[in-house]
Design a protein around this ligand. Structure first.
Ligand SMILES: *Cc1c(COP(=O)(O)O)cnc(C)c1O
Length: 389
C-alpha cells in the first residue's frame, strides 16, 4: 500500500477556508463586503525597495548566493539587530529564509526530536502547532484569558512544563491578539525558560507595529543566559509591506545557526537573490516609509478599538501592537465559526473565527484596511450584535 506521512496527512484544512471562500463568492456577486480578514499590510512595497530589486535584476544578480542568504544582507541584519534590538550577532548566525514562516518551520525541524513538547500560549498564530507536529514535536497549549489581555504568566508557563518540554514560543506583539508583553513580563518568562533549560522561539515579526504604550523588547537582549537559548525570528513581510517577496530570517546562537544553515542548504538554499537586494534597501532606505505606515496603523487602531469596544456584549482589550483586534464575542451564545459565518452572510462583514487560533470565544479583525472600511464594517457589526441580544 502506498502511504502518506501520517503527520502530514493529519494536517487539517484551514478553519478559515469556509469564510474566505464565502467572502470571495459574495464579492464576485458584486456585494460590498467589509473585509477584516487580511493578514498582511494593505500598503504597496515602498519604491526604494522595488527599485533596488529591479536594479539587481538588471545587473544580473540572478545567481545562487550562500545557502544561508546574501552576505551583505546578513551583515546589515546584524547591524539592525545590534542598534535596534541590542543583541550582538555575527553574519554566520543569521539565516535568511523564504519568509518568517519558512525560517520558523526550519527552526523547529532543527530543534525537535520525536516526543519533544513545545509550549505555545493560546490564542496562537495558526502555523505554530502544525510546524511543531511536522517536526515530530507535540504542541502543549497554555490557555490565556481575555481578562489577562491574553498574556501568559510565568506561573502558567511553569505549570505546562514537563520533563519532555524543550521550548516555548513567544510572539510579541501578538498575532492574533495585538497584545504585547512588557520588557519585565518578557524577562520573567525568559527566567522560567532558563530555570528549566528551554529554548525560546521569539517571533518578533510585528516589532515595528507598536503604538506607544509598551516598548518592544527582544528576549535575547536580556543577557547571556537569555541569548544562548533564544532564536529570534523576524521578516520583511509586515514591517515593509513585502508579504509576496517571501523573505524572513532567524538569528540564533552559533551551534544552532550552523545546524539551521546546513538544513536550509539541502532543503531550499537561499531565497531569491534579487529579492534579497531589495530587502537590503529596505533596511537602509525605507525607514520613512515604515514610519508613515505605522502612523496610519496607529490611527486605525484607535478608530477600530473605539468602535468595537463600544458594542454591548463585546469584550476587547486595547491592542498595543501588530494590526489586529481580538474580540471576545462569547456573550452572544455561539461558537466563533457560527458568529463569523452569520456576520458574513447577514451583514457582509468578513472576520476570522478565533477557533483558527485556538480560541473559540473570539473573532479576529485586521485593521490593515481603510478607515472607511473600519467605520462601515463596525457599524454593521454593531447592528448585527444588537439583534442578537
Ligand atoms: C505573518 C507572520 C509571520 C511570517 O510571515 P512571512 O510572510 O512568512 O514572513 C510569522 N509570524 C507571525 C505571527 C505572522 O503573523
Amino acid at each position: 500500500m502506498k502511504q502518506l506521512n501520517p503527520t502530514v496527512a493529519a494536517i487539517p484544512p484551514s478553519a478559515t477556508l469556509a469564510i474566505s471562500s464565502k467572502a470571495a463568492e459574495l464579492k464576485a456577486q458584486g456585494v460590498q463586503v467589509c473585509a477584516f480578514a487580511a493578514g498582511e499590510p494593505d500598503f504597496d512595497t515602498p519604491e526604494c525597495i522595488k527599485r533596488a530589486c529591479a536594479e539587481a535584476l538588471a545587473a544580473n544578480k540572478t545567481r545562487y548566493v550562500a545557502a544561508a542568504g546574501l552576505p551583505a544582507l546578513r551583515e546589515a541584519l546584524c547591524e539592525k539587530l545590534s542598534t535596534a534590538n541590542h543583541v550582538a550577532y555575527e553574519p554566520g548566525q543569521i539565516l535568511i529564509a523564504n519568509g518568517g514562516k519558512h525560517a520558523l518551520s526550519q527552526v523547529f525541524l532543527t530543534m525537535l526530536k520525536p516526543g519533544d513538547e513545545v509550549v505555545i500560549p493560546a490564542p496562537y498564530w495558526l502555523s505554530y502547532p502544525e510546524m511543531v507536529r511536522v517536526a515530530g514535536g507535540t504542541p502543549v497549549f497554555v490557555r490565556t484569558r481575555v481578562e489577562d489581555h491574553f498574556l501568559m504568566t510565568p506561573e502558567e508557563l511553569e505549570a505546562a512544563i514537563t520533563p519532555r518540554t524543550v521550548a516555548v514560543v513567544i510572539c510579541t506583539p501578538s498575532n492574533p491578539t495585538g497584545m504585547m508583553y512588557t520588557p519585565e513580563q518578557l524577562r520573567a518568562l525568559g527566567e522560567v525558560a532558563i530555570k528549566h533549560d528551554l529554548w525560546v522561539v521569539s517571533d518578533e515579526i510585528y516589532e515595528r507595529m507598536v503604538y506607544g504604550e509598551v516598548a518592544h523588547a527582544s528576549m535575547a537582549s536580556f543577557g547571556p543566559a537569555f541569548y544562548e537559548r533564544t532564536i529570534t525570528a523576524n521578516g520583511f513581510s509586515k514591517t515593509y509591506a513585502m508579504t509576496g517577496w517571501r523573505l524572513g530570517y532567524a538569528a540564533s546562537p552559533k551551534p544552532f545557526a550552523k545546524a539551521l544553515a546546513a538544513l536550509q542548504s539541502h532543503m531550499a538554499s537561499a531565497p531569491n537573490t534579487f529579492a534579497q537586494w531589495g530587502a537590503l534597501a529596505a533596511l537602509k532606505e525605507a525607514e520613512p516609509d515604515v514610519q508613515t505606515m505605522v502612523a496610519a496603523f496607529a490611527k486605525r487602531r484607535d478608530l477600530i478599538h473605539g468602535l468595537i469596544s463600544a458594542i454591548p456584549g463585546v469584550k476587547c482589550p486595547k491592542p498595543q501592537g501588530a494590526f489586529y483586534v481580538f474580540a471576545d464575542v462569547s456573550a452572544f451564545g455561539m461558537d466563533s465559526l457560527t458568529f463569523a459565518k452569520r456576520l458574513l452572510e447577514e451583514r457582509h462583514v468578513a472576520v476570522v473565527p478565533g477557533v483558527a487560533f485556538g480560541d473559540d470565544n473570539c473573532v479576529r479583525l485586521s485593521y490593515a484596511c481603510s478607515e472607511a472600511n473600519i467605520t462601515e464594517g463596525l457599524r454593521r457589526m454593531a447592528d448585527f450584535c444588537a439583534t442578537l441580544r
